[in-house]
Design a binder for this molecule. Structure first.
Ligand code: DLZ
Length: 173
């Protein structure tokens, strides 16, 4: 029977996106993870990465089983994640970025491309590629979701990866 870890997330008492329904998180022991995050909006994405990393470690993953890479911007997350899948033996890849709404349609093109790109990777490689990309209207909304009053989307992305691997393994038993 799988070990379960109850995580105490760092976020505040306000509506907290990191409170995952169910509360119980399967063990991440024995799994290998990739984390790829964008350099754009680095203050935010670094916080997302830290949240994801801390959650994986707190759930039993080993440091040596977590490979972390950066890409220039969120648009590059898809290919960065593909490189991880093709060149390592990771079980899942957590993709973290932050695209802040601007005055032009650039936002839409990047968000649409990375959402489609990551979806396609899930299907092509039959591995969990997790969409941990914030798409806020402004910097404050991003801060609120990167360890602020709405929790840390990086935590959620890590929990999603672990849960998908647990789901995968449930079919092997
Ligand atoms: C160009 C651009 C802009 C305007 N905004 C963002 C952003 O808010 N978040 C982000 O992750 N990346 C942004 N980029 C960079 C693109 O993702 C990409 O790196 C470039 O278009 C080069 O392909």
């Amino acid at each position: 029977m799988a070990d379960f870890f109850i995580l105490e997330f760092m976020s505040s008492v306000n509506k907290n996106l990191s409170h995952i329904e169910g509360g119980e998180i399967p063990s991440a022991t024995g799994y290998k993870f990739g984390i790829v995050y964008s350099e754009w909006n680095n203050e935010i994405t670094n916080a997302l990465k830290e949240g994801a990393l801390n959650t994986l470690l707190a759930s039993g993953a080993k440091n040596e089983n977590i490979i972390i890479k950066t890409v220039p911007g969120s648009f590059e997350l898809t290919l960065g994640a593909q490189y991880l899948a093709e060149n390592t033996d990771v079980d899942a890849v957590i993709c973290l970025g932050c695209v802040i709404q601007g005055e032009t349609r650039h936002f839409d093109f990047i968000c649409d491309a990375v959402a489609k790109g990551i979806t396609d990777l899930n299907i092509k490689y039959k591995l969990p590629f997790i969409f941990g990309v914030l798409t806020p209207n402004n910097q404050q909304q991003a801060i609120d979701r990167a360890g602020g009053k709405h929790g840390n989307k990086g935590d959620e992305a890590a929990v999603t990866a672990i849960k998908m691997l647990s789901l995968r393994d449930s079919f092997k038993k």
